[in-house]
Ligand binder design. Structure first.
Ligand code: GLN
Length: 343
């Protein structure tokens, strides 16, 4: 079966249309970006590395060949190629936006105090990290810290909390998102490990609402469906200091964005984060659904979807595409080339 390939550049619609008429002040050179995306797509589309997650039964059934790349810039230019309309579960990428919600509500200092922000160097679902680390949560991007983050978000009931979360994610995406019910049911039936983590958090007094209720809302947030374009727009909101470039809404408090991005740099790819920082040098977040979103602060975000994962739970193709693109466009934040210096 032939996969339809297409690159489309769309400019912002009203009310940002006036801005879109002008040459982009921040977006990468369009021709270079398009060429790099095409090259990466061709280079990696037949890569057979990795394996779909299967500890959530639904994820094992997602077609492994799906492959989509989307970029949204801070001035709302969109570039996309491949399976960019396929809705996949956001999984751990959701943790970024729940962290943002908690900080919007309580401020970064309280979130740092209640959850922490230490890379664990262990698998995302590690029990040892909870037991060993002084914070007993790790950070908001491992399962324990993420469940703890969900518990912190205020609401009168679990249903209200879930609606609040879904609404927040939707505003970051610039369109209404919804639950993939089959993913939720599949994970809810098998998430004994996360329940154990929640009880361990309770032992250390690091969970701030009912443990099992928190796991349930967390499981729902992981089961939110996004396509690559929506995910790239969520990333572009972060790249744009919390202001959604499509809707113009300030959805995430700007003062919290540096904390979010630094946590993404330290722990966005779990125990693969060091390697990622070394090779790519961009804050990013992965999910076991096969998505990765990477942020180029002030410029935009790239989301790549391809289900097969490496040992740490990070999409193999997505990592390769983003690394290729960041290198071609000189986006590695730690490289002198990112600020235009040649060497
Ligand atoms: N929902 C998944 C879990 O709790 C998320 C993990 C991930 O994407 N790394 O295991």
């Amino acid at each position: 079966m032939l996969v339809a390939l297409f690159i489309v550049i769309t400019l912002a619609s009203a009310p940002l249309s006036a801005l879109a008429q002008k040459a982009s002040p921040v977006a990468p050179n369009r021709a270079r970006a398009e060429a790099a995306v095409r090259e990466a797509y061709e280079k990696f589309k037949n890569d057979t590395g990795g394996k779909n997650a299967d500890y959530i039964p639904y994820l094992a059934k997602v077609p492994s060949k799906l492959f989509g790349i989307a970029i949204v810039t801070t001035d709302n230019q969109v570039l996309m190629l491949g399976d960019v309309k396929y809705s996949f579960s956001i999984q751990s990428i959701s943790k970024v936006f729940s962290m943002a919600m908690a900080m919007d509500e309580f401020g970064a200092a309280k979130v740092f105090d209640k959850i922490g922000s230490e890379p664990t160097g262990r698998a995302f679902n590690s029990v040892f990290a909870v037991a060993d680390l002084p914070t007993h949560t790790g950070n908001p991007f491992v399962n324990a810290g993420a469940i703890s983050t969900v518990s912190l978000i205020s609401a009168k009931s679990a249903a209200e909390k879930w609606n609040k979360i879904l609404n927040y994610y939707s505003r970051c995406a610039g369109e209404k998102l919804s639950l993939i019910d089959e993913v939720y049911k599949s994970e809810a039936a098998t998430n004994t490990g996360n329940k154990a983590l929640a009880m361990l958090l309770a032992k250390y007094e690091r969970i701030y609402a009912d443990p099992f209720e928190s796991v349930d809302v967390y499981t729902k947030q992981c089961s939110v469906g996004v396509n690559a374009i929506q995910l790239a727009r969520m990333g572009a909101t972060l790249a744009n200091s919390g202001k959604n470039p499509a809707t113009g809404e300030q959805t995430i408090k700007a003062e919290n964005v540096p904390y979010i991005l630094s946590t993404m740099m330290m722990a966005g790819l779990y125990d693969g984060s060091g390697k990622w920082a070394w090779h790519v040098g961009l804050p990013a977040k992965s999910g076991v659904g096969g998505g990765i979103v990477a942020i180029v602060p002030g410029k935009g975000a790239m989301a790549v979807f391809a289900p097969p994962l490496d040992e740490a739970g990070n999409s193999v193709k997505a990592q390769k595409v983003i690394e290729y693109f960041a290198d071609k466009l000189d986006f590695n934040l730690f490289s002198p080339r990112s600020v235009g210096l040649k060497y």
